[in-house]
Design a protein around this ligand. Structure first.
Ligand code: PLP
Length: 249
């Protein structure tokens, strides 16, 4: 309780951790700048979502204080609790929360209440539940269709490319949601560039009917350069900034 004794409160990280996060953030921003230069793109057009899953709220708070404006989470329970802790400390300065994980339909309304964006919409059933949550909270949720680029064998969710346009139409017509664009995870074990090119082509098709759906959420720690080259507007980077996670997620 006595702040003079410098006992770290739950919202504080050690000076070492803060320095580590700052250095990793600088390194990732340097990679983004270099990839943008190579692709002749403006880094200001790319949102960096820092994926904080499996790491404590204190890390997310430290990152926000280092200038991070957007964080990503993939599990409902963890995301909700962490966001509450973050908002208690940072209030209006809290980062935007992007939900990027596979979504169960019975959790969707809750996620729609606290999230600012949901990247992982891959079936019609989620749409009305997310919208109900968003409307309950009195906000509009940025909604992205997750595309399965690996022929359904990635185990990471995602709608089949043939189903994406219908799902986009459904979202666009739903009060409480704003169709923001498309998201994908590159298939494992093969070069990511062809998959990211497929995503960009699909995005262009969707934008023919929905010009506002400009986000292309693609690129993680290992493949952000390829994603930027293919037109990504939103990177989701975890381990390159926070370190390796205890388990795969
Ligand atoms: C965990 C996760 C990321 C971050 O992956 P890293 O390789 O740690 O950068 C990005 N997108 C999704 C959907 C994830 O689940």
């Amino acid at each position: 309780m006595d702040r003079d004794h410098a006992i770290p409160t739950p919202d504080e990280v050690s000076p070492q951790r803060r320095a580590e996060l700052r250095a990793a953030l600088v390194a990732v921003r340097t990679r983004i700048d270099a990839a943008c230069e190579a692709a002749q793109r403006d880094p200001a057009q790319i949102t960096l979502v820092v994926v904080t899953k499996f790491f404590p709220a204190a890390d997310a708070i430290a990152l926000a204080r280092l200038g991070v404006t957007d964080i990503g989470e993939s599990r409902d329970q963890e995301a909700g609790a962490k966001l509450a802790a973050i908002r208690q400390v940072l209030a209006d300065q809290s980062p935007r929360l992007h939900f990027i994980g596979q979504l169960q339909s019975n959790k969707a309304a809750r996620v729609g209440e606290y999230a600012d964006a949901v990247h992982s919409i891959d079936r019609a059933k989620l749409v009305s539940a997310l919208a109900r949550g968003a409307q309950q909270a009195g906000h509009t949720l940025d909604a992205l269709v997750q595309v399965d680029l690996g022929g359904n064998d990635t185990g990471r969710g995602g709608a089949r490319p043939a189903d994406v346009e219908a799902l986009a139409d459904l979202i666009a017509g739903q009060e409480g949601l704003r169709l923001a664009g498309l998201m994908a995870v590159a298939p494992l074990g093969v070069p990511p560039a062809p998959a990211f090119a497929d995503l960009a082509a699909l995005s262009e098709r969707v934008r023919a009917n929905h010009p506002e759906a400009r986000w292309i959420s693609a690129g993680m720690s290992g493949d952000l350069e390829a994603a930027i080259a293919a037109g990504s507007t939103c990177l989701r980077v975890g381990s390159a900034i926070l370190g390796s996670r205890p388990t795969r997620g």
